[in-house]
Design a protein around this ligand. Structure first.
Ligand SMILES: [Zn+2]
Length: 306
C-alpha cells in the first residue's frame, strides 16, 4: 500500500461534555484549561454547557446526532432545538465541516455505561485516526483499546468528530452517568497525552508505518424484548452477556433474561456485542449493538515535505 502524506496537523480540538452527564469529558474540560502544550494549538470546547449544568445527556435532542451537512445548513429559528443551535456554533468555531478552515484533528470525549474499556470510534476512510488508534493501543495497557469504524460518507456523518479534517471519538467505560471515576479519567488523560505526542512526532517528520489492525464494524442493533401491547421491555440483558462487550456471541448464547425468568438466546450468526446495556440507548430502543471484526490495512503516513 502506497504511503500517504498530509500537511502538518497543528490545530487540535478536544470536545468535552457533548453529552452533559458523561463526566470524564466534563472534568477533562476543566483540567485541560491548565495544560500547556508545545507546538500544537489545542482548542477545548464544552460542547453542551446547558446539558452539563443540568447533568443530562441533552436538553432538546442528542447533540451528537446533529452534525450532518443537512442539519448544519438548517436555518435556526426561535423554535429550533438548543442542540441544533450549539451544533452550528461548534461548526463555526472548529469547522466549518469539510472546509480548509476546519481543525486538523477533532477528538470528542464520551463515556459509556458499558464495559468497553477504551474505544476509538472513527470513519474508516480516516487513516490519521487509524494511526492514532494504533498508537493508543500500543501505549495504553491499563484497559483494552479497541476501534469501532463506520463507513458512512462524511457528509452524512452525524457525530461531532466529523467536523474536523480528521476526527475520532473516545468512549471510555464502564462509568455511570453523572459519575467521574479516577480509572477512566486516567485513561483519557493518558490518551490525550499520547495523541499530543503522536501529533508532535508526525509534525516533526516521523514516518508512521502502515500495517493491518482488527477493528469492529456495526452490523445490527438489537432491541429489548417488549410487550406487544404496552411496548414496555419484558427482559433485561442476560447476566452472561452483561459486561461481556466484545466477547464473541455464538448462536444459542443467552442474551436476555425475561422478568418471568425465561432465557432468550442469540439466533443469528456469530457476532461481537458492544454497547451492552448502555444507559443512553434505552430511549433509542437498543439493548446492544452487534458487529463483525474485520482486519483493515492502512498506509504509512508522514507529513508533506515542501
Ligand atoms: Zn456520549
Amino acid at each position: 500500500m502506497e504511503g500517504v502524506s498530509f500537511p502538518p496537523l497543528s490545530r487540535f480540538a478536544v470536545c468535552c461534555g457533548t453529552h452533559g452527564n458523561e463526566m470524564t469529558g466534563v472534568y477533562m474540560y476543566r483540567h485541560l484549561q491548565k495544560q500547556k502544550v508545545e507546538n500544537i494549538t489545542v482548542t477545548t470546547i464544552l460542547s453542551n454547557p446547558r446539558a452539563v449544568d443540568a447533568c443530562k445527556r441533552y436538553i432538546d435532542i442528542d447533540l451528537n446526532r446533529c452534525f450532518t451537512n443537512a442539519l448544519l445548513c438548517t436555518a435556526i429559528t426561535d423554535s429550533s432545538p438548543y442542540e441544533l443551535r450549539r451544533a452550528q456554533e461548534i461548526d463555526a468555531e472548529v469547522g466549518p465541516k469539510g472546509s480548509d478552515e476546519a481543525v486538523d484533528l477533532l477528538c470528542d470525549l464520551h463515556n459509556t455505561t458499558s464495559n468497553m474499556g477504551l474505544c476509538v470510534m472513527y470513519n474508516s476512510s480516516d487513516c490519521v485516526a487509524m494511526h492514532i488508534f494504533k498508537h493508543l493501543k500500543s501505549k495504553i495497557t491499563s484497559v483494552p483499546v479497541r476501534a469501532i469504524c463506520s463507513d458512512e460518507p462524511i457528509s452524512e456523518g452525524y457525530a461531532l468528530d466529523s467536523v474536523g479534517k480528521h476526527g475520532l471519538s473516545l468512549e471510555v467505560g464502564p462509568q455511570p452517568n453523572g459519575v467521574v471515576r479516577a480509572d477512566n479519567f486516567n485513561v483519557i488523560t493518558e490518551a490525550f497525552n499520547h495523541i499530543i505526542e503522536w501529533l508532535q512526532q508526525f509534525n516533526s517528520g516521523a514516518t508512521f508505518e502502515g500495517g493491518v489492525e482488527d477493528v469492529y464494524k456495526m452490523t445490527e442493533k438489537v432491541d429489548y424484548p417488549r410487550d406487544l401491547n404496552t411496548n414496555e421491555i419484558t427482559a433485561a440483558v442476560h447476566p452472561q452477556l452483561q459486561d461481556n462487550d466484545f466477547k464473541l456471541l455464538r448462536t444459542g448464547d443467552p442474551i436476555f433474561l425475561s422478568f418471568d425468568g425465561e432465557t432468550l438466546r442469540h439466533k443469528g450468526r456469530e457476532l461481537y456485542p458492544f454497547f451492552v446495556n448502555e444507559c443512553a440507548y434505552y430511549e433509542k430502543k437498543v439493548a446492544f449493538i452487534l458487529g463483525e471484526k474485520v482486519t483493515v490495512a492502512f498506509p504509512s503516513i508522514s507529513v508533506t515535505k515542501n
